[in-house]
Design a protein around this ligand. Structure first.
Ligand code: NDP
Length: 282
């Protein structure tokens, strides 16, 4: 595996990877602690994951994994944190003396974003996920571990919502779980009426031409509901939330806090949150 810059000790891997802002964010944290700029990015094909894991074992201190490899990397990791194992998602690897340890920090990221933006803790709350792909699954498992009261798992394809719902229920029998199709507007309306937060976790909204993931007018059924879009920038949903004075946040703080947790796992040092956030805007 050919890494041109020999100063690199950490990488984010994915495909595509050119859009990733993790290097600028993580390097701000390393520089703050006078550790240089050791974090780079690497485009990989799925067939290269095994070779990459060996490279990591011999040459790097850690890495982040992004779409689409958070599950595919798991067979190459020696020890996986129980939550990451449940969520079938590893976004952080620590290399300790040649042994690879895997973690999922996405749920921690959103937990802290909710705390910072809304003063909200997850315990005892009702939470709607619109879209239950990889990111939502990691978050849902983390929220389950924090004592969430009720999860609405709403997805275009019902099978994905149902298999997530039944796996969480097996491990956390006290959590109420409702699954439904994204197309079922009535169910979504009912969920909105009784929930504390709605998390838009589909990939819709990344492109301007994308359809709306759901009918935003349904939010008027509960003016107190907090609105989250996991996408880092303004989306039609967030524009609607702003115009109509809902409390809302995008995925930027989740990105910052999941990265901060990775940094702390690798270095044992406190992550400079504000610097990392500012670095994302550079
Ligand atoms: P996945 O590909 O794993 O999941 C995509 C989700 O979007 C699935 O629920 C899928 O439904 C749904 N979806 C895709 N296309 C459509 C469509 N046309 N209509 C309805 N539903 C659709 O992606 P991730 O979970 O990894 O990422 C989801 C979003 O979260 C992305 O926008 C990503 O940028 C963001 N993200 C943000 C992070 C942050 O730190 N802020 C971290 C990770 C992700 P189905 O199951 O039916 O295919």
């Amino acid at each position: 595996m050919d890494i041109v810059d020999k100063n690199i000790e950490y990488l984010v891997i994915g495909n595509p990877i050119c859009h990733s802002k993790s290097p600028q964010m993580q390097n701000a944290a390393f520089e703050y602690h006078k550790l240089g700029r050791p974090y780079g990015k690497l485009l990989l094909e799925r067939e290269e994951l095994g070779e990459f894991a060996e490279f990591l074992r011999k040459n790097l201190k850690g890495c982040n994994i992004t779409v689409p490899f958070k599950e595919a990397i798991m067979p190459f990791v020696d020890e996986i944190d129980p939550l990451a194992l449940q969520a079938k998602s590893v976004n952080t690897i620590l290399n300790k003396n040649g042994k690879l340890y895997g973690y999922s920090t996405d749920g921690f990221g959103l937990e802290n974003s909710l705390r910072e933006n809304f003063g909200m803790t997850v315990g005892g709350k009702s939470v709607i996920f619109v879209g239950v792909g990889g990111a939502a699954q990691a978050i849902a498992w983390h929220f389950a571990s924090l004592g969430v009261k009720k999860l609405y798992l709403i997805n275009r394809s019902i099978e994905r919502a149902e298999s997530l719902g039944s796996a969480i229920k097996q491990n956390y029998p006290d959590i109420e779980i409702v699954t439904s199709l994204l197309a079922d507007t009535e169910r979504l309306g009912q969920a909105i009426q009784v929930s504390d937060v709605i998390i838009q976790a589909t990939s819709l909204g990344l492109k301007e031409s994308d359809a709306a993931p759901f009918d935003f007018e349904l939010l008027f059924l509960n003016k107190k509901i907090k609105v989250v879009d996991l996408i880092y920038h303004a989306t039609p949903l967030l524009n609607f939330a702003e115009k109509n004075q809902f409390d809302y946040t995008n995925g930027k703080d989740m990105l910052v806090y999941q990265g901060a947790k990775s940094f702390e796992i690798w270095t044992g040092l406190q992550a400079p949150i504000d610097l990392m956030r500012a670095a994302l805007d550079d």
